[in-house]
Every structure is written in C-alpha cells, then in structure tokens.
Ligand binder design. Structure first.
Ligand code: 4AD
Ligand code: MG
Length: 451
C-alpha cells in the first residue's frame, strides 16, 4: 500500500492509502470509532465502521492517546473537515498501544507543560507554532539570499563581550583562557562584510539575562545582516523589507496554523509599508505626553504583562525603554515602528554617533505592535579607529582582545551598518502568543534548563 502524508490526501480522493502516525484523540459511538490521526503534516479523521472488520474495530476502540499506528483506508471528500477529507479505515496496525500519556485534552498548568515540553510539542498549537517558526526562518534566508547576501556564520565561543559584560555566559576554555558564549555575531559580521560586502549570520546567541519576562530567553536565535557602505537608514529599509517579506510568507503558507492558533489575521494583514520612523527625541515626547493620561490606570499590572502599560514616573531623555514604554509607543501606530538616534550613553561601544549631535548614537530599534516589543536592534558602526579606542576604554573593555576588530578600522575602514532580528520574538508576534517560551522547541530561560 502507498504510504502518503496527511497533507497530500486532498490529491488522493478515492484511492486507498496508508498513513503512519500517532493517535491524537478518539471517540466512539456504538457502531463507529473516530480516530484523529496526526503524522507531522496534519491531522485527519479516520473512521472505523463496526461492520467492516471486527478485529480492526476492537483494536481501534482500545487505542489510547499517542498510540503509534499505521492506518490503511480510502480517502473520502468531507466538507466538514478542516483539510477537506477523511479516511474510511480498512486496516489498522498498532505499533504501540499507549494508555498513560501524561498530556490529556484537559487543561494543564504551564509548569507541567514545560516539564513535559518533549511531549507538549506534539500538541496541535505547539505543532502549529513550530511550523510557523520554520516558515519564518526559511523566509529570512530566502530574503537575504535573494538580495545577494552571503551567509557567513560566526563563532559561538568568543573571547569578548559584544553587548555588555553583565549578560555574558562564561565557559571554561581549557583552563587558562576565559571564553564566553556569543551574545551576537556582529563584531565578526563586520569582518566578513569587509570581505563579502553583504553578509549575514544566523545562529543561536546567548544572554545571561536575569530577567524573567515573556520576552527573554537565555538562548535565542538571531539573524544578523551586515552591509559595507551602508548607513542606519539603509538598515531601516532592509529591516522593513524583511518584516514585510516574512508577514507575506506566513500569511500565504501558514493560514491553517494561524487559524489553529486563533491568530487575528487582520492584525498581520495591516502590516504595510512604510513603517513610522521616530527620532528618539520624539519618542520621548510621546511617552511624556502619554504619561499623564496613562497614569490614571491603576498600578499593579505586572511590569511585563503586555496589558495597558502603567507608568510610575515620567520618562526622561536619556532613559532606555522598558517594555511598557515600547508597548505604549507601538500601540500608537498598529504597525511596527522604528526608533532611531538613541542616547549614545545607553548603547554599545561600537555605535557611530550623529556628527551634529554626538550624544546620539545612530542606533535603530524596531518595535513590534501588540506589545511584542523590540524585535530588531542595530545601527551604524563607528568607522574611526581613534573613536573606537576611546570607546573601549570608556566601556572598560580590554583593547588587546579587540585588536583584530580595530584592524577593520586600520585597513580599508568604510561606513557600515547592520542589525539583529530575534527569531523567537518574531515568531511570538506572528503567532500571537504571549510568551517566547513556546516559540522554540526547547526553551532555555532563567529557571529552565530541562528537558
Ligand atoms: O538589540 P540586540 O541586543 O542587538 C544586538 O545584539 C546587535 N549586536 C545585533 C546586530 O546589530 N548585529 O538584540 C537584537 C535582537 C533584539 O531586538 C531581540 O529581538 C533579540 O535580539 N533579543 C532577544 N530575544 C530573546 N531573548 C533575549 N534575551 C533577547 N535579547 C535580544
Ligand atoms: Mg536591543
């Protein structure tokens, strides 16, 4: 018998086929057993009639959730099915009949589900999220590959900090030397961009974030483009194109999954060019004007609950945005919003500054709508050797470790820029799910290293 996958069934109406998978759910009514079979590509209802084969019927009735089974049957058109077909079962082979699967259709607490993450990923919604994640990653690669970028991945073990020393994971590197898990491939991207012109790295990055919020993981995936002879405005164009490309791909290819996730699709359809571009000065003004109005909301919502932001004090120029600030700003637009020209004092050592206002770094952040926060961070890199030497001192970073990086300013220094987009926050936004812990197969967080 021909083994096919559930997502191919609509082209097989009338044929007899074999499906291999697991029992997602079942119910029986006297003469019929309905088996919901999943095989990784979808779920299909398989109907077993009592009259057909007594043996098959009894076996079907005895199956527990997540039993591994091979089902043969005839594909029938069915308008009530989300995939348009069901299967009339003629044969059933049971590889393992399971009777104590821990995750039942009843409600479970998050901690329990996280402890059983290795099983939880089989559930309909989790499966849908992983499918969307895959599509986003593929879209990211297609976008950059289609624009002449060359993938050049950067090391995971690094001898130095890129994004501040407080979130470094230290690892023992054969005794004498300290190594850290990379926080960002950026510094290496700057080197590969001087070879390849347009480059990107795409891999896991690590932050020893002590923050327990719905937006933070300690291990997350980041795509980081870097372009020679580009400025921060070029990066806003590039990042905007990337987001539009991803949204379109997800809307085209993952409708069924978005429906499974009960995503409000109109919110994604509203994502169109151009995205507003806010100077940090103006963002501060908006926050300050917003305060008096917003302050009236009773305090007490969790700092990062994603609900209406509650401000305890006035935002002052020079401050870094907290999640309620980001949520407030993006709520004003209903689409992603760029903020640029951040105070240099709150930004990394490597930023170029505005010539006319050296207190402003040419940094850019993209804030996603619906409270999903910053999904892109980047900007223009300082190209002057003297300035960077000063900056390293100012940030207390050891110049010896950065000599190779300074070489990029000694030999053919050019203006260049890049950014990093966090995959998990992007997936959370596309899927409309609260917490990034559900956007990666096995999340790593402050209190979560298992399974
Ligand atoms: O803004 P970040 O820290 O920027 C950089 O690392 C730059 N060096 C990137 C570059 O210019 N090449 O991080 C970039 C993005 C954030 O906007 C966010 O989407 C994600 O990475 N991110 C996290 N995602 C999940 N958990 C965390 N702890 C994250 N920290 C950053
Ligand atoms: Mg950032």
């Amino acid at each position: 018998m021909q083994h096919v996958y559930i997502d191919q069934l609509k082209d097989k109406i009338g044929s007899e086929v074999t499906l291999k998978g697991w029992l997602y759910n079942s119910r029986s009514s006297g003469k019929l057993v309905f088996l919901q079979l999943r095989d990784g590509t979808g779920i299909v209802q398989c109907v077993v009639f009592k009259g057909s084969d007594e043996d098959v019927f009894e076996r079907a009735k005895s199956l527990g959730q997540e039993s591994s089974i091979i089902v043969t049957g005839t594909v029938k058109e069915d308008s009530r099915s989300p995939i348009g077909v069901e299967l009339d079962v003629t044969g059933l082979e049971v590889l393992q009949n399971v009777h104590d699967y821990p995750i039942t259709p009843k409600e479970h607490g998050t901690e329990f589900l996280m402890d059983n993450r290795h099983l939880w990923i089989r559930s309909k919604k989790q499966h849908a999220v992983l499918k969307v994640r895959h599509t986003i990653i593929k879209a990211v690669r297609d976008y950059f590959d289609g624009q002449g970028f060359t993938l050049a991945d950067t090391p995971i073990f690094t001898p130095a900090a890129c994004e501040g020393t407080t979130t470094l994971f230290e690892v023992d590197y054969f005794g004498d030397e300290k190594a850290y898990l990379t926080q960002s491939g950026q510094l290496y991207n700057e080197a590969t961009a001087m070879s390849l012109g347009k480059t990107y790295a795409f891999g896991p990055t690590f932050r020893a974030e002590k923050s327990k919020t719905r937006r933070h993981l300690t291990e997350f995936w980041m795509v980081e483009p870097e372009v020679a002879y580009a400025n921060y405005e070029d990066m806003m164009d590039l990042g905007e194109g990337l987001i539009l490309f991803i949204v379109e791909r997800v809307l085209n290819d993952r409708r069924l999954e978005l429906e499974t996730l009960e995503r409000d699709i109109s919110k994604l359809e509203a994502i169109t060019s151009p995205f507003p571009r806010l100077h940090y000065d103006d963002a501060v003004k908006m926050l300050q004007e917003g305060y008096d109005m917003e302050r009236r909301h009773p305090a007490g919502e969790g700092e990062d609950s994603g609900k209406v932001p509650v401000f305890q004090q006035r935002f002052e120029w020079g401050g870094d945005f907290g999640s309620p600030d980001e949520t407030y700003l993006s709520n004003q637009f209903g689409k992603p919003v760029w903020v640029h020209h951040f105070p240099a004092a709150i930004k990394g050592f490597y930023f170029e500054v505005d010539k006319d206002r050296p207190e402003c770094a040419l940094g850019i952040d993209l804030l996603a709508p619906e409270g999903y926060g910053e999904i892109i961070g980047g900007g223009e890199r300082a190209s002057s050797l003297e300035y960077l030497e000063q900056q390293l001192k100012h940030h207390g970073l050891p110049q010896e470790t950065f000599e190779w990086y300074l070489d990029l300013r000694r030999y053919g220094s050019v203006p260049h820029a890049g950014f990093g987009m966090g995959i998990e926050r992007t997936v959370a936004w596309m899927c409309g799910i609260e917490h990034v812990r559900e956007t990666i197969p096995f999340p790593r967080m402050l209190y979560r290293l298992r399974p």
